[in-house]
Design a protein around this ligand. Structure first.
Ligand code: ADP
Length: 641
């Protein structure tokens, strides 16, 4: 609704409105963080201006000391946060403060539960930044002017945090942005020096530009000073933080809390990180990196266009956010900064892609991140289990993406195995190998639709009998993962449902003899079944992998498994035709009965039912469920007399 040509009132975009509402009603428990968010924005604005000034030095004019200033007025109940950074044009104001540009916001909002406690956590992961001002203010003004524009080209944005905001031209606005908060009745406590200072100390000590507040004169000095004279003195400001980029300080100087707060500043996450690694590299390449692992997956971890990567600085100057060239995709959850002395200041995303310096840094940073994960796993398994729950599926993309680090990534993977007591994926390959049986030269695994299906798979029977551990894979990505991971620590992986079971040295000699004998004895039966099932199977053969079940299905050595097949079908790709191998257990009474069944019709029914059951046991579907039932009913009727 336009009031005049230049002043107008606009509605917040629907998603912004929803988020604002949630913000005000769910995150109220920790109001003071509004200051951290606004100072964080001011610091980003200074970074952006410094970067823009690399190519356009005039932007800085005389105002070269970038800083943020906090003022308050206890009578008027206002707090203002002023920066002389990049500022915003009118269009940018509308885009930045009236809409939410993050992709996937709609789905994110749908995922909120209505449970305030849970939602507050979720919103924390989303990062709400500027809107947190409305937790403490019932009206917010943003006076802003973009660097490089004239003094009369400023804009004033105002909102009560409900459904709309107004926007109007403003003159005499200095470069940068001033956010004025008209405090709510229950937030008046923030218009007070001591409170503001302590919040800044707590949350913003690591900010690399000075955070200025009015100087407080000590009480003794007051007495000595002539009061009349004092009034004329201009307000003096002092920096209340160190104003030194945190990553430039030495590790021993930085406190854990400072690392944590810095993480929140760069990641827009409300929660503490799980782990970090801070390193200065000197030598052929010179750079400093500070990498973090978040405690929770961001809402858009699976969104292909989601921003990822590190914050890039070159010689302390901010260059860009989300520089994704420094880490592989399977480490996209790692956050942090990298500050290089070797990259050119006027680098662009395109140049980064081709820079050999970046390639070397990427492989070093990848190693660094993997080392950090390895260390965490060794030092604090419980924490690592948490991490695995959040990011394990992403790490499983590793072996396919990063050939050279396969072994290292292998050491980070976790699974549920037949030795696990619960459902959790908490067993590593190294632990598996530590428990390996004498003579066992393979790592056995099974891929199934679900953990339940895996646990009840007939393929496990022989392993259970011999006490051999089997990894139970049931994540969607697992079969694909295993097509890229062939060995670990010198041991080959073996899918227990694939090919003919070969237990190598774990098979005893008695087994071998027995096999040969039954092979001969059941030659005729195998032929009869083959004839009866016809095109449905690739092969029929005896097996010794079963102890309880009469039959099972196996996949031929090079055929595609059921999981991969489903993924490919779902994505509309052509799937090569492959048939299962039907394996029968010569020890089972049903099979022995079948061998002596003279009635061909009855033989066909029994064979079809055994084959159907074997498909079901794999979590598969029957090709013709109607026929299966009628055959089964026929037999049941006979039984019932
Ligand atoms: P975020 O900081 O996570 O992007 P915010 O809601 O805090 O989200 O801010 C939205 C955008 O508004 C910022 O990305 C930035 O472009 C702009 N902005 C906010 N505060 C300032 C400021 N003080 N100076 C310049 N731009 C700002």
């Amino acid at each position: 609704m336009t009031v005049n040509a230049q002043s107008e009132t606009r509605g917040f975009e629907t998603e912004a409105k929803q988020l604002l509402h949630l913000m005000i009603h769910s995150l109220y428990s920790n109001k003071e963080i509004f200051l951290r968010e606004l100072i964080s924005n001011a610091s980003d604005a200074a970074d952006k201006l410094r970067f823009a000034a690399l190519s356009t030095p005039e932007l800085l004019q005389e105002d070269t000391d970038l800083k943020v200033q906090i003022d308050f007025d206890g009578d008027a109940n206002t707090v203002s946060i002023t920066d002389n950074g990049i500022g915003m044009s009118r269009d940018e104001l509308v885009a930045n403060l009236g809409t939410i540009a993050k992709s996937g916001t709609a789905q994110f909002l749908e995922s909120l539960t209505g449970d305030q406690k849970k939602d507050a956590q979720l919103i924390g992961q989303f990062g709400v930044g500027f809107y947190s001002a409305f937790m403490v203010a019932d009206e917010v003004e943003v006076h802003t002017r973009k660097a490089g524009t004239e003094a009369n080209e400023g804009t004033l944005w105002k909102s009560k945090g409900e459904s709309e905001y107004s926007i109007e031209p403003a003159d005499k606005v200095s470069r940068g942005t001033m956010v004025v908060l008209h405090l709510k009745e229950d937030a008046k406590e923030f218009a007070e020096a001591y409170r503001l200072r302590s919040i800044v100390k707590k949350y913003a000590d690591h900010i690399s530009i000075p955070v200025m507040m009015e100087k407080q004169s000590p009480p003794e000095a007051d007495e000595e000073n002539d009061k009349e004279e004092k009034k004329d003195i201009q307000t003096e400001y002092e920096a209340i933080n160190d104003a030194k980029a945190l990553w430039t300080r030495s590790r021993s100087e930085v406190k854990d809390d400072e690392y944590k707060e810095f993480y929140k500043h760069i990641s827009h996450d409300f929660q503490d990180p799980l782990q970090w690694s801070h390193n200065k590299v000197e030598g052929k390449l010179e750079y400093t990196s500070l990498l973090y692992i978040p405690a929770r997956a961001p809402f858009d971890l699976w969104n292909r266009d989601a921003a990822r990567g590190l914050k890039l600085y070159v010689q302390r100057v901010f260059i860009m956010d989300d520089a994704e060239q420094f880490l592989p995709l399977y480490l996209r959850f790692v956050k942090g900064v990298v500050d290089s002395n070797d990259i050119s200041l006027n680098v662009s995303r395109e140049i980064l892609q081709q820079d050999p310096v970046v390639d070397s840094m990427r492989s070093a940073l990848t190693k660094r991140a993997l080392d950090m994960l390895e260390k965490l796993r060794k030092k604090d398994k419980e924490k690592y289990d948490e991490l695995w729950q959040e990011f394990g599926q992403v790490l499983k993309e590793g072996p396919a993406e990063d050939f050279s680090n396969r072994e290292k990534i292998g050491g980070l993977l976790q699974f549920t195995t037949t030795q696990s007591s619960g459902e959790a994926q908490d067993q590593g390959l190294r632990e598996y190998i530590e428990r390996i049986q004498e003579g066992q030269d393979k790592i056995y695994y099974l891929v199934a639709e679900s953990l339940k299906a895996a646990r009840s798979s007939p393929h496990l029977e022989i392993f259970r009998k011999k006490g051999i551990e089997v990894i139970l894979m049931h994540d969607r990505i697992d079969e694909w993962l295993m097509s890229h991971l062939h060995e670990f620590d010198g041991k080959q992986f073996q899918d227990v449902a694939r090919g003919e079971l070969d237990l190598g040295k774990l098979d005893d000699e008695v087994d071998e003899k027995q096999k040969e004998e039954s092979e001969k004895a059941f030659e005729g039966l195998v032929e009869r079944i083959k004839k009866s099932l016809g095109e449905q199977v690739k092969e029929v053969r005896l097996t010794h992998r079963l102890t309880d079940s009469a039959a099972c299905l196996a996949i031929d050595e090079n055929d595609m498994g059921a999981q991969m097949r489903k993924i490919m079908e779902a994505s509309g790709q052509a799937v090569p035709d492959s048939k299962p191998i039907f394996e029968i257990n010569p020890e089972h009474p049903l099979i022995q009965k079948l061998d002596t069944e003279p009635d061909e019709d009855r033989f066909a029914d029994l064979t079809a039912i055994l084959f159907g059951q074997a498909s079901l046991a794999e979590g598969g579907q029957l090709e013709d469920p109607g026929e299966f039932s009628s055959r089964l009913n026929k037999l049941l009727l006979e039984l019932a007399g």
